[in-house]
Design a protein around this ligand. Structure first.
Ligand code: AMP
Length: 210
């Protein structure tokens, strides 16, 4: 299964990807997590990406295409993968296709912008391992501490309200056209966001027939 998760930032792609990758036993590839690790390690890719990420802007396509091609060439991707947060532009989707990566399903999680703005204010992320929590809907066992690795949870700089609004504008302009791109290839499916993580997972599984 080669699955792409589409949806606005904060739609719950990362959370659902974590659940689905266990169920399907395939890796989740999040360019956001790869880039945050690169920033933390001060690599050349990280240095280039940071200025865009802090503003809520998209990192240039050539950087992303390099990162994703390298990751997809790793052996754990041979039986399939879940792409979370990539592709985010038509050129990225086209580059995957041109590189022989044919997507079986692009699943778009549909959610209103207002719900996202409310939701993002409660998001907490582990800078050490990338795990994501929410103070109301998905709290860690111990406040401020990552369940997965014990790291200290933080508010991502790009989750600040002004940055979230900028990211939504970018999403509608650059990423939403991907729904049409994948619809033309007959692989687009949509699911409405539900009030709980579990209900959204159930809707996704029904839509995917898994
Ligand atoms: P995410 O964790 O997926 O929300 O990504 C966080 C930030 O990383 C985004 O706001 C972008 O600045 C950058 N980023 C992640 N994935 C991509 C991508 N596919 N294309 C461009 N920028 C990206």
């Amino acid at each position: 299964m080669k699955l792409v998760l589409l949806g606005a930032p904060g739609a719950g792609k990362g959370t659902q990807a974590e659940i689905l990758c266990k169920k399907l036993n395939i890796p989740t590839i999040s360019t956001g997590n790869i880039l945050r690790a690169a920033v933390a390690n001060g690599t050349p890719v990280g240095l280039k990406a940071k200025e865009y990420m802090d503003k809520g802007a998209l990192v240039p396509d050539d950087v992303i295409i390099g990162v994703i091609k390298e990751r997809l060439a790793e052996p754990d991707c041979k039986n399939g993968f879940i792409l979370d947060g990539v592709p985010r532009t038509i050129p990225q989707a086209q580059a995957l296709e041109d590189g022989g990566v044919h997507i079986d399903c692009a699943l778009s999680i549909e959610i209103a912008d207002e719900t996202i703005i409310e939701r993002m204010s409660g998001r907490r992320t582990c800078p050490a391992c990338g795990a994501s929590f929410h103070v109301v809907s998905n709290p860690p066992r111990k406040q401020g501490v990552c369940d997965a690795c014990g790291g200290e949870l933080t508010i991502r700089k790009d989750d600040a309200p002004e940055t979230v609004k900028a990211r939504l504008v970018t999403y509608h302009r650059e990423t939403e056209p991907l729904k049409d791109f994948y619809a033309k290839r007959g692989v687009l499916k949509t699911v409405d966001n539900r009030p709980s993580i579990e209900a959204t997972t159930q809707a996704i599984c029904e839509t995917l027939g898994i």
